[in-house]
Each structure stands twice: as C-alpha cells, then as structure tokens.
Write a new protein. Sequence first.
Length: 689
Amino acid sequence: MDGFMEFKKALQEHFNEMQKGAEKLFEVAVDKDELWNTYLNSFPAGTNPMFRDRTEHDCSCCRYFIKNIGATVVIKDNKIHTIWELNLSNETYQTVSNALDAFVKAHAVSDIYVSKFNKIGTDHNFEEINGKAHRWDHFFLELPNKFVNASDRSNEEIKGQFRDTRNVFKRSLDEITMDAVDTVLELVNSNTLYKGEEWKGALTEFKKYKKEYDNLASAEDKALYTWEKSITAGMAIGRIRNHSIGTLLINISEDMDLDLAVKKYEQIVAPANYKRPKAIFTKKMLEDAKKTIGELGYMDSLQRRFATLNDISVNNVLFSNKNAARKMAGSMDIFDEMEKDVVVNPKKFSKVEEISAQDFVDKVLPTAREIEVFVENKHEKNFVSLIAPVNPDAKTMFKWNNGLSWAYSGNITDSDMKQNVKAAGGNVDGVLRFSIMWNEGQNDNSDLDAHCIEPDGTHIYFGSFRKPSMTKMGGQLDVDITQPMSQMPGKASVENITWGSMSRMKPGVYKFFVNQYSARSSKGFKAEIEFNGEIYSFEYNKPLRTDSNVDVAEVTLDANGNFSIKEKLAGNSSISSRNIWNVATNQFVPVSVISYSPNYFDAQEGIGHRHLFFFLKDCINNENPNGYYNEFLKNDLEKHKRVFEALGAKCHVADTDDQLSGIGFSMTKRADLVVKVKGATERIMKIKF
C-alpha cells in the first residue's frame, strides 16, 4: 500500500496548494455513485484484487470521502482545477487519479462546496486480524476554516444563497447591455439620477465584469466565469438585476424610453416625493442631437431673446395702439389717418357687456383705438412673453412657419394644474377630467379629496374606485395625496378623477365636489374641469373645516354625447393689489398689441392650441423662461427631446428693450378678462374664453 500512501499524501499537499487564494470551493454536477464507480473501474486490470467480499479498494471510508468531496474543484482564471490533479510515481494510482480528474472536469460546476467539518474522511482505523491490530489508511483531507460552515445555518441554505446570487449575476450579465450601464453611469455622474451616487461604485465594478464577460467566446467559459466572479462580486453586484438600479438597467437594455425607464426607477426609490432636478439625457444623445441640429441648419436657432415689435408683422397683429403701430415691420401711418375720425370725447358706458373671445376679435378689435385690460391676481399664471431667435434669419425649429415661441409665467405653455396632474401620474387625456390643486405656497398640509357622483349614484373618491379600480362607466381616481408636505415637497398637491373614453359613460349628471378630509392650515383650493378640449377653472380661496364639502360643478352628458356644465363655484380673486412683471394688479393697464400665438400667424390653422395675447405697456418678464418647449419642435427633432428639454432651460433668453410681454389666454380654456375699449365710444366688456 506504499503507492496508496503516496496517493493520499499527495492529495493533501495538492489541495493545500490548490486552495491558496480561493475564497470558495465549488463542486460539479455529477452522480456520486457514478463518481465512485469511476474510481473503482479505473484501476488497471489486476491492480485491484478481491479482498474478502469486495475488491481491495472498495472501502466504505474511501467511498464516503469520494462522494463527499471528490467532485470538488477550485476556479482560477476561469479554469477548473480538481483535487485529483496529481503527479504520482506509482503508475496504477496515477491512472486512477487521471481518470477521476478527467471525469470531474467533464462536468459543469453546479454549486459551492460547504462542510460543517474541517476533517473530511477517516485518516485511518484499526482492525484486529489474527489477534493483531491492523491499520487501514483511507483518503483524508483537512480543510482550512474558511471552507467550514461554523454558523447555525444549514449547508443547503448557504449553498442556495450563493447559487441564487450566481444565477442572478449571470442573468444580469446576459440581459444588461453595456450601453445601458454607460447610460446609467452618465446619469449618475451628471447628478440627474435620484440616489444614483449610491450605486456608482457597484455600477463601475459591474461594468468591469460585463466587459470581461462579453469577451468570452463560449457558453461554457461564461458559465464558469459567473461562478468564479459571483463570489468576489458579492451580493450587491451579483444581484444587481434585482435592485432598483437593476430595474433601470434592464428597462434601458430592452429599449424602453429613457424618461419612462427613469420614472419607473424613481417610483421604486421615491414613489411620491421625488422631483428630478434636470432633464434626462446622455453624452451620446447630446452628440446625436448636436449632429442633427447642425445637419438641419438649426444651430443659429438655439439662441433666444425676448421679442419686440420689430419681430412681428402688421399682418399678424389683431390690435395695436398708435405708438406700437409705428414700430411694427411693414406698418404704415394708417392709424394716424384714422385718428381724425375718432371722437375726442367718447361717450362712456357703465354697463359691462359679456362677449365671447372670438366675437371680441372679429367685431370689436377692428374699430378699437385704445384698449386697457383689468389685470386680476387670478391672472398670475396668464402672464406670458413672446420669444424670438437672436438671429432673425435663423431657420425655424418649430411646427409653424416662424421662429417665434412663447412662455407663460413659471415656464408652462398651458394649464399648470394639468401638467402637475400629469407629472403626478394622472391621466389628462381622457374625455372628462376633474382635477384639484392646493398647497401652492407650501403652507397647507391639508388632506383634500376630489369626489364625483356618477348618474347612477356611484361615488368616486379615495375610498372607492381608486386606480386601478374603475367604475362601470370607466371613471376612476388616479392621483390621491394625503400628506402634501411629505408626499410632494416643493410643489403643489393634486388629485385627479378622469374618464378615458365615452364608450362606457352613461347620459346624466356628474356631480363634482371637494371634501376637506383633514384640515391642517387650510387655505382653499383650485379646481379644473375639462371636456371637449375646454378647461373650466375654479378657485376657492377660503379655509375649509374638516369634514366640510364644497360643490364645484355639475357636468351633464346628454343622449347625443354632448357635455354641458353648470357651475356651482364661481372663480374668486383677492382684492389686494400685487406687482407682477412690473404690472400692478386690480387696475386697468394699457394694451400695446394684441395677437394670436405664433402658431396661428399668417392664417395658419390646426397647429396646437390657439392663444390670444394682450401685450401690456411696461410689462417686463423678471423670470428666466425657457427659449422653447418640446411640444413646439418639428417632428424631425422629436427623437432628441431630452436634449432639447435641457437646452430649452439652459439657453438664456436675452433681455431686450420694449419686450412683448403681457397676459395670454388659451382659446380652449375657460377664463374671463375685463377690458376697457375706446373707439367711437368707451365700453367695458368681459371677454369669455
């Protein structure tokens, strides 16, 4: 048995060398009985004689050893090394060792190896033969403590944990693209990803593994790599796919729109209160956008300034006082000629006439000599500026035929409530919408609730038919805010009830009201009802008591599918005067120019909503408006919308003398404006939008 003792000793010595630098031992997927039979059957003929009932090497102690640790390997530099890689002087045992080595290497790694004991096998034992103690030697190994499970967890539990980590690690490497990793790292480095900095180290490390993994040629090499590297990577990186950042990586890898992918990530890490600080874009997106802008000739169009009278043609002006008329491009002194026809002492009317916005444009403006508007506090969000390219010859980037754009106060292009609802995840594209908004001043932590009673008595509110639940008529509450200061810090709170289509709606009266569920420094609320593209706005600017209701409106749907509204709450405005953009409120202010929005210049039709602008004397925009908005851009720039979102905010709008700023109204949004018109007479009119 001298040859076996050499075999046994060499096994321990080789294992001692093999395990150096290895954090874990692995085992391959073999049938343990087959492994044992390989050992027995590999002895050359005549070298494993019968002893008693079995062959000489058919030993129960050695069988336990081989079944326990015989399939164990280490992985170094993506290569498998078995415990049987021995160099023996005895040819018989060398043959056996080679056979076991080859058999183990022919199978794939399937697990880590874990033992509760540091001694594997029986070193030796004794048997009395003919009255004498006979020593039998067996396969035996001593394991370093790092391979011994000294915890109270079972071996299978530990193996399962590492196996799961490896499997997720491999899926991560297979499914996450390098472009996705680079994109997310860029978002992290540019501080545009909420809590992204926490993942920078893990992402950088994962990128290293991903690069190495992608360079491997065969599936076998990749499988082996993930076993070896999952140990050094650890659970944070090994299971990166299962973390919030992994959701983002997978979604980007699957070509999801970047904004949507980031939104889904943000919903995981901060479902209610995160406001992204910047537009989302990457270096590659920036380079692609720059290339497109250059190729299409839009580079000179990026720099913007406040527009002046010189930027608009007389053909696009609906009204101008005589001082403004002299400055407009293409204008003549026709107003001077007309002045002689105007009565010097016009008759004054005290009665306020109501008139639609379109009738005001068509029937009143053609003969008006002077116009003043009564600016109220409620018009704060109606303040608007016309914006032009610095280079007047620059090619237009917009869907209309000129380079002019506009920006309302607070950098919005239409209803701020509508945009706030959309940002909060609400549907603003349905056929009927009821939205409420409060806590604009960040000092009202009340819990307000939007309610609707459908024609059949179904009650929509936070307690029933909240998204994803839906009424038989298709109505649902899809935004519900209960703690404004914590859920939506830094911005107004909103709730939203909507119907996506007419298909399920029934004729009858839909009653809308607001309930003060819990008053905490209540200040009131604003509300909007939208249908047929028209927005009806309401304001309740008084505190509400807990459990009190405020009726807003009743909307009737007739049998022909037509909506009508009965207002229960009239719009309110404070009587105190304020100064907005150098304009004092609650008094009449002279109008210099009236025009439609640039998307309706030159008799263009159907390019977005039509707005009516009243540019006011001495009105000066003291904000930093965007030079343009994505919804203005031509379709060939749509794919670069994230870059343009950032450019629109980043490109400073240069100041100009005599800027065209004032108040504007969407022709499809419910509003009103009191004006004083002087022509042959002086009339006070309320324009209804």
